[in-house]
Design a protein around this ligand. Structure first.
Ligand code: HEC
Length: 274
């Protein structure tokens, strides 16, 4: 038998003896500690909930925050979703990994790899050395992880977000390819770029074709609809037998539905091939 194995055996025997002589049984000692700590945690949460509930008054914020702000509006077109601060690093990872090619890598791939590494760690690092200076790989890995999460959190916190900002930047190019938009059509184009139409429709090379939605680059020169009919279609596609495309009642509320329709009708795709 190798001496390393002997050594480990002897170490384990020593450990068992130590436990026998000085150890305390899990029940009730450790159990008691855990119970006390759990009670403390639960009491803190209940306490915070009470502070929140009793210091706030309706929409007036108390010490922790208001009760209820306003009802959620599922039809909103201007809401910019942002995560809580402790998710900023993941949030920023998602901006690095672009939809759709590499997003699986960012959301599933990287976290899974990290998790597997964590599980494997006790089997990979079996040295007894505890002094930091003698563990360069572990220390460098830990520092790199902390620094990169810090940087990602900072970038996520300061990232300027505007819906469809890339597509909005493309509006100039669209305009010149479609022979120049007037003000209304331009406004419609910007709305179109921001409210998610490009998730299903392609327009002059922007967006992606999903769920069978047609390209809209030359909608104006090919459609049989009038501008009013197009607006009605966008407001409630289901009325026209299209149950795949969601209704966009928010556009009309915001007074931009007609702009979008005008924009689409100004789209002849004449010189555009993306
Ligand atoms: C969830 C995917 C989806 C989104 C988001 C979406 N559409 Fe559509 N849209 C479709 C599909 C699918 C069709 C085709 C339905 C059919 O052919 O019956 C369609 C058809 C259309 C048509 C009619 C096209 C034609 O040639 O008759 C117009 C116009 C249109 N969409 C405009 C828009 C606008 C403007 C937006 C954004 C405000 C938008 N769509 C958002 C899926 C979508």
């Amino acid at each position: 038998m190798s001496s390393a194995q002997d050594e480990r055996r002897a170490g384990f025997e020593r450990y068992k003896e130590d436990v026998e002589n000085e150890g305390k049984p899990f029940f009730p000692y450790a159990m008691f500690h855990d119970t006390v700590m759990s009670l403390v945690v639960v009491s803190v949460i209940v306490g915070l909930a009470c502070v929140w509930y009793f210091t706030a008054d309706g929409t007036e914020p108390g010490l922790i925050g208001p009760h209820y702000v306003e009802e959620a509006d599922p039809g909103t077109t201007s809401f910019i979703p942002r995560p809580d601060w402790y998710f900023y690093f993941l949030f920023y990872l998602l901006r690095i990994f672009k939809w759709p090619e590499s997003v699986v890598l960012g959301t599933v791939g990287v976290p899974t790899i990290l998790m597997i590494l964590m599980f494997a760690l006790p089997f990979l690092d079996r040295s007894r050395e505890r002094r930091l200076l003698r563990r360069p790989v572990a220390v460098v890995a830990a520092v790199l992880t902390a620094v990169s999460m810090g940087v990602l959190t900072y970038k996520g916190a300061t990232a300027r977000e505007s819906l469809g900002s890339e597509a909005v930047a493309a509006v100039d190019a669209w305009s010149s390819q479609q022979g120049g938009f007037d003000e209304t059509q331009r406004s419609g184009a910007e709305v179109f770029a921001q409210v998610g139409c490009l998730q299903c429709h392609i327009y002059l090379g922007s967006g992606s074709a999903n769920v069978g939605a047609p390209e809209l680059s030359d909608y104006g020169s090919t459609t049989q609809r009038t501008i009013e009919q197009t607006a009605a279609y966008i407001r409630n596609p289901a009325e026209f037998g299209n149950t795949v495309m969601p209704p966009f009642p928010g556009l009309e509320d915001a007074g931009v539905l007609d702009d979008v329709a005008q924009f689409l009708h100004a789209s002849s795709g004449a010189t555009g091939d993306g």
